[in-house]
Write a protein that binds this ligand. Structure first.
Ligand code: ATP
Ligand code: MG
Length: 210
């Protein structure tokens, strides 16, 4: 196998990324693979500190481009400290959200522009694109229902709904633009089916490198 396999999971809020990612991690581990599940900031002290600035509700004057740069900076630090060492140790890395989240949320939904977000993220990741990205596709309504189920605050107002619709549309554009890298998984199905399909797609990539 080449140096590790880098898999990212993407999708709207409540699509099932974390649930599926963790189940896939378990299945791959049981099959004897060395796997790492991670998500930004992933326990990196510096990436965590950057995230605190992003999440601080006091930072109301945060400019949209500053926000985009901080996300990219946090991504860089997590990549260098967590993802790359695991890939160098020949692990399968399952990353819960990565560059496509910035493209969908900030590039498309916040309307900064996908090319702008792409450029700063390419600087941040310096060529380390995922080998495969799984887009867990659900309707905005399903995502909302699942967030409610999880007990998140109900944000059913129209603005939130329009935002999530733009996120979904952004992801769909990315799927068209990168058909080789991104595989669409129908995540409206039950958890077991989504996990099985995700696992199948990941194993195709893993076997290609063996
Ligand atoms: N295929 C599925 N069918 C039914 N319920 C599901 C499915 N996948 C996940 N869920 C449930 O939906 C809720 C949201 O799932 P999860 O937290 O994995 O989503 P997520 O994509 O990680 O969301 P976020 O973007 O907010 O991190 C959880 O309660 C989970 O148990
Ligand atoms: Mg999650």
């Amino acid at each position: 196998m080449k140096q590790g396999v880098f898999i990212t999971f993407e999708g709207n809020d409540g699509a099932g990324k974390t649930t599926v990612c963790k189940a896939v991690e378990k299945r791959l581990s049981e099959m004897g693979y060395s796997v790492l599940y991670t998500r930004e900031p992933g326990g990196s002290r510096i990436a965590e500190a950057i995230r605190q600035v992003l999440l601080d509700v006091e930072n109301t004057e945060m400019d949209a481009r500053t926000e985009a740069l901080l996300y990219a900076a946090s991504r860089r630090q997590h990549l260098v400290e967590v993802v790359l060492p695991a890939l160098n140790a020949n692990k399968i890395v399952l990353c819960d959200r990565f560059i496509d989240s910035s493209l969908a949320y900030q590039g498309y939904a916040r309307q900064i522009g996908a090319p702008e977000i792409w450029d700063i993220n390419q600087f941040a990741i310096d060529g380390h694109m995922p080998d495969k990205t799984l887009f867990l596709s659900v309707s905005v309504e399903t995502g909302k229902k699942r967030m409610d189920l999880r007990g998140d605050k109900n944000r059913l107002d129209l603005e939130a709904s329009a935002f999530h619709a733009r996120v979904r549309k952004g992801y769909q554009t990315l799927c068209q633009d990168y058909p080789e890298r991104i595989t669409v998984i129908d995540a409206e199905a039950d958890v077991q089916t989504v996990v099985d399909q995700s696992l199948q797609e990941i194993l195709k990539v893993v076997h290609a490198y063996e």
